[in-house]
Design a protein around this ligand. Structure first.
Ligand SMILES: *Cc1c(COP(=O)(O)O)cnc(C)c1O
Length: 837
């Protein structure tokens, strides 16, 4: 029973709050209030303060829905919830997206305009929240947006890195990394600290077993551990105009006490302070490695910190409501693991259920495997996480015990299925022969669902990497092809296309992307094609202006904008693209310019700071760009630029302004790709290999609307056995000319030999990416693309078809499938729930 005072407080419900208007005048008044009264600034202050004031005014408009959504999920009877565990959420900017989803962009723009301010300038002062590397982190952000739009009770759990993805600058053609202190000064406008939900995470110490004096059972204690506090910061995730605001909860590490007093008293002042900073280092910085493991102790700490804090948070909320009755826990909770990074969740849930809740092993294992689901994101062996047993022993002694017990029971099951097949038991063991813990195997064993992220990738998992596990548990394996959210990647980033679409088919596509189909017949309407082309040219102008500002290179608007932006990685084969650029340059120099199509080739992407080859590829692109752009024989025929610091907000300008999207990875290496989908949605045509989701894009648009080239996955694997790149050089005059230019040092005249490692790797029979094998096919299809671009009417038709058929690449579809086939959540209407203020 509430006390009298509590009862009184509960009567103060949200209806009694001052009404927050969604119209222009109300937004303007709040903006001015925050700017002048809260921040103590004025309209002439720097854009940064204007941005902050506008963000607070916007956040106010999310708050009631946010509280209502929370109440609907947590105080409104028992309902199933899902938790998306990810080490990365590559959010980018939030202001425009939140205004869009609230449906108040035009009112806000008008309010800002009426005050004599420039909305775009304010919008552009927001720093990207770069809490991720690339595709995997951006996918998590798109998923969050779609779940909120589908009204699904899904919560994201991640880390609040103080330093996000590094800022890339280019000096003398080389990548230089600078720290990204994205939070800036003062409180960050989109997050709310919720110290009341703080959790405690253990590291170190040792694991001891006892006989429980009451039950007589063997129980384990994790003793003498160091503890770190996990403080949650909540970020609102609004659905599109549906009054749902989901939560992304990011953990921040803080030392338990400022000082360890015993050490302080013993005179170890320095050691006490050092321990504090060691704890707080856990969430200091995002590891900038994409698709490759890092193996650092601090990274393992980050992973355990995320899963321990998140699972304790979920279990605390459960026990507060249902006490220690976990009998139906698995029916009401689902955890999705974004790659193996959070796969310790399997172990941590076992630990909490067995050690803390005193549950029997079998029951705890049933609950764990019924709630956990694992998404694999790569087939590259260098990305498969393995942690040495000694590291576990030192940092996570009790979880290590649990892993050994999981493995012991698992290998017994393998032995039952394949008696005497010791080779298979060795292959499948979670702990390998070198005493490394294989996180992918742990994730598969501990989950009821294992999915890949495109059809091809999911099939390759079953046939290759995880074949033993597929034979044991075929029912666990499934596919969920990735997507992107059309709110950010079409409605938000391409306002002119949005306006054109609105005129013809309305705006239902913003939540039902299949509706874009309705514009396909308009591809036959010359007037519509003209409008479509005008929109593209306007977007190219916007992109060209940005490229000029960032690089000093002028991209002619009539040229074909040919773009490859993504992490720099050998498997993505930026090198193949560079070879094509050199080929075009060589043709120009030789005067082979009949029927020429002018081209502007744009590259962008970050290399992991420790990945020497990727960094050298950046240098090569910049050197080739220099030679090409300075050569008067070349002129407008060919321009090349490297866009520095590629990030979400850059992609929002790049993908609407692209004609040709480069998706040219070695077949079988790109799990899905999502950049390919953003370009397609914005009317770019793809030149690509049969890899990842390109396969599904091709199936959707048809061969006549896609430039397909290169070896297929089985051909790559076949050729690998006797690969001899020299044969491809000998067979092609074009390739000889290109290699001749490269090897002569034409692009590094005063830096002799710097590109030798690149030349050597391409000419090696061991080149895993087999760049030279696809050269001839690539340049001939590039030439087809160039000719196709000259027929404007036909090109625009293809462009329209690409956008019109991009419907299935919405994360709304992806999330619907996760929900239908893995989670089983009921969408929740949050509108009418009463909340206490
Ligand atoms: C979409 C996106 C990616 C993924 O691109 P891929 O071409 O699929 O590798 C990476 N980084 C950023 C900033 C993105 O927006």
């Amino acid at each position: 029973m509430p006390t009298e005072i509590e009862a009184k407080r509960l009567e103060v419900i949200s209806d009694m709050l001052p009404h927050i208007g969604m119209n222009k005048d109300a937004i303007e008044a709040d903006f001015l209030k925050y700017l002048c009264h809260t921040l103590g600034r004025q309209l002439t202050s720097e854009d940064y303060y204007l941005f902050k004031a506008l963000s607070y005014a916007t956040r106010d408009r999310l708050m009631t829905h946010w509280k209502r959504t929370w109440a609907a999920y947590n105080h409104n009877g028992k309902l199933k919830k899902a938790y998306y565990l990810s080490m990365e959420f590559l959010i980018g900017r939030s202001l425009t997206n939140n205004l869009l989803n609230l449906g108040i962009e035009s009112a806000t723009e008008k309010a800002i305009y009426d005050l004599g301010l420039d909305f775009e300038e304010i919008e552009h002062t927001e720093r990207d929240a770069g809490l991720g590397n690339g595709g995997l982190g951006r996918l998590a952000a798109c998923f969050m947006d779609s779940c909120a739009t589908l009204k699904l009770p899904v919560m994201g759990y991640g880390l609040r890195y103080e330093y996000g993805m590094f800022r890339q600058i280019i000096q003398n053609g080389y990548q230089v990394e600078q720290p990204d202190h994205w939070l800036g000064f003062g409180p960050h406008p989109w997050e709310i600290q919720r110290a009341e939900y703080t959790q405690v995470v253990k590291f170190g110490g040792e694991s001891r077993e006892y006989i429980d004096p009451v039950s007589g059972n063997l129980i384990a204690h994790w003793e003498h551990a160091d503890v770190v506090l996990a403080i949650p910061y909540d970020v609102p995730i609004p659905g599109f105009k549906n009054e749902t605001v989901n939560t992304l909860r990011l953990w921040w590490a803080m030392a338990k006490e400022g000082f360890d007093l015993s050490e302080f008293n013993a005179g170890s002042y320095h050691e006490a302070v050092a321990k504090k900073s060691e704890a707080e280092n856990i969430t200091k910085v995002l590891y900038p490695n994409d698709s490759s493991e890092n193996g650092k102790e601090l990274r393992l700490k980050q992973q355990y910190f995320l899963v321990s804090a998140s699972l304790q948070d979920v279990l605390t909320q459960w026990t507060e409501k249902y006490g220690s009755d976990f009998s139906d826990f698995a029916e009401y909770n689902a955890f999705q693991l974004n790659d193996t990074h959070p796969s310790l969740a399997v172990v941590e849930l076992m630990r909490l259920l067995v050690d803390k809740e005193r549950m029997g092993w079998d029951e705890a294992w049933r609950i764990t495997t019924q709630t956990m689901a694992y998404t694999n994101h790569t087939l590259l062996p260098e990305a498969l996480e393995k942690w040495p047993r000694e590291l576990f022993q030192k940092l996570l002694p009790r979880p290590l015990d649990i892993i050994y017990e999981i493995n012991r029971r698992f290998l017994t099951e393998v032995a039952m299925k394949w008696p005497a097949d010791t080779e298979r038991q060795r292959r499948m063991s979670i702990v390998d022969e070198n005493d490394n813990i294989c996180m992918a195997y742990l994730a598969i064993v501990g989950s009821h669902s294992v999915n890949g992220v495109a059809e091809l990738h999911s099939n390759l998992l079953k046939e290759g990497l995880f074949n033993d596990f597929y034979q044991l548990w075929p029912e666990k394996f499934n596919n969920k092809t990735n997507g992107v959210t059309q709110r950010r990647w079409l409605a938000g980033c391409n306002p002119d296309m949005r306006a054109l679409l609105k005129e013809h088919i309305g705006e239902n596509w913003i939540t039902h992307l299949e509706d874009l189909q309705q514009i396909e017949p308009l591809a036959e309407d010359a007037m519509f094609r003209k409008r479509w082309h005008e929109v593209k040219q306007k977007n190219k102008k916007r992109l060209a202006d940005l490229v000029l500002e960032e690089t000093g290179v002028n991209l002619p608007l009539e040229s074909m904008f040919d773009v490859q932006v993504k992490r720099i990685h050998e498997y993505k084969r930026q090198l193949l693209n560079v070879l094509h650029v050199i080929h075009l340059y060589s043709r120009i120099k030789r005067g082979q310019i009949d029927n020429w199509t002018n081209r502007a080739v744009l590259f962008g992407g970050k290399a992991a700071p420790g990945y020497a080859m990727a960094k050298l590829i950046i240098k090569l692109i910049n050197n080739v760009a220099d030679v090409v752009n300075r050569d008067p024989d070349v002129g407008d025929k060919l321009k090349v630029a490297f866009f520095p610091n590629y990030r979400v907000s850059a992609m929002e300008v790049i993908c609407p302004g692209t004609d040709l999207s480069e998706q040219i990875s070695t077949a079988g290496k790109e799990a899905s790709g999502t950049g390919n989908m953003k370009f397609m949605m914005n009317g770019a045509l793809t030149i690509g290999t049969l890899d990842g989701a390109n396969v599904e894009i091709l199936e959707t648009v048809g061969e006549e609307n896609f430039f397909l080239f290169g070896l297929k996955t089985p051909e790559v694997e076949e050729l690998r056995r006797y690969y001899n790149p020299q044969i491809f050089i000998d067979q092609s005059n074009d390739l000889q000319a290109v290699m001749g230019l490269l090897e002569s040092g034409h692009f590094n005249q005063f830096e002799p030999g710097i590109f030798d490692p690149i030349i050597r790797s391409m000419k090696s029979s061991q080149d895993p990416w087999m760049t030279l094998a696809d050269f001839q096919s690539y340049i001939s299809v590039q030439e087809q693309a160039a000719h196709a671009y000259q027929d404007r009417e036909s090109w625009v038709r293809k462009s329209i078809v690409n956008t019109a058929r991009s419907g299935i690449f919405s994360t709304d579809r992806t999330m619907q499938q996760y929900n239908d086939e893995i989670w089983g959540l009921t969408p929740i209407d949050t509108g009418s729930v009463d909340i206490a203020c």
